[in-house]
Design a protein around this ligand. Structure first.
Ligand SMILES: CC(C)(COP(=O)(O)OP(=O)(O)OC[C@H]1O[C@@H](n2cnc3c(N)ncnc32)[C@H](O)[C@@H]1OP(=O)(O)O)[C@@H](O)C(=O)NCCC(=O)NCCS
Length: 176
């Protein structure tokens, strides 16, 4: 994998991103609350901004872990998307995204989703994975989140391997 020079690293706070998205009628399902796919799109966008800010390279989404919607966000409310980097490896970065609803009339906020998204940095010319700067952990909370992220990464890669073996076996069965 291509790596460019020595980089001292980037802090979590250097790439942390906050998005505030008013929920409009075009974002809604038939119940008047935001569509799950639209929330996933906002999660992906916020996480992409974090990944881009961390590495200043083109990035692609490699994986999004299981996602639950704990409460609806109604038309007229605000969707608040908080995204921060939790782990980097060679070319991959894990970003944690928290979604909250905010009632603009009362100020009440509610946690609605947490997502972990993996992005991979690409070389702009070859479009192959490229090394990203190290992550500088500054606080106890960042170190705790990083330790949990290492365990998530281990499970994610096990799952990827099992999926790859499963699809290889199914291709070979369909050829026989
Ligand atoms: C993600 C992608 C670049 C990985 O390419 P690859 O040839 O499989 O490269 P590698 O196996 O060397 O993996 C590169 C890195 O991605 C990580 N990775 C790849 N797939 C992953 C997955 N499903 N979950 C977590 N990490 C993953 C690897 O662990 C590796 O991380 P590291 O460099 O930090 O160790 C490639 O699969 C791709 O282009 N996918 C499509 C991306 C896309 O189009 N997304 C848009 C939405 S569908």
């Amino acid at each position: 994998m291509k790596s460019e020079g020595v980089h001292a690293g980037m802090r979590v706070s250097d790439s942390a991103t906050e998005m505030a998205q008013p929920v409009l009628p075009q974002h809604a399902n038939v119940h008047g609350s935001v569509l799950g796919g639209t929330v996933m799109h906002w999660i992906d966008l916020a996480a992409a901004v974090v990944a881009n800010r961390h590495c200043r390279r083109p990035v692609v989404t490699a994986a999004m872990d299981e996602l639950s919607f704990l409460a609806p966000i109604q038309v007229g409310q605000l969707a608040l998307i908080h995204a921060r980097i939790t782990l980097v490896d060679k070319s991959s970065m894990e970003i944690r995204v928290e979604v909250e609803s905010e009632d603009l009339l009362t100020g009440e906020r509610r946690h609605t989703s947490t997502a972990y998204v993996t992005f991979v940095a690409l070389d702009p010319v070859t479009r192959r994975p490229v090394a990203v700067p190290p992550l500088i952990l500054e606080t106890e909370e960042e170190r705790r989140e990083h330790a949990a992220a290492q365990e998530r990464r281990r499970r994610r890669l096990e799952h990827r391997k099992a999926m790859q073996q499963g699809s290889a076996a199914s291709v070979s069965r369909s050829r026989n």
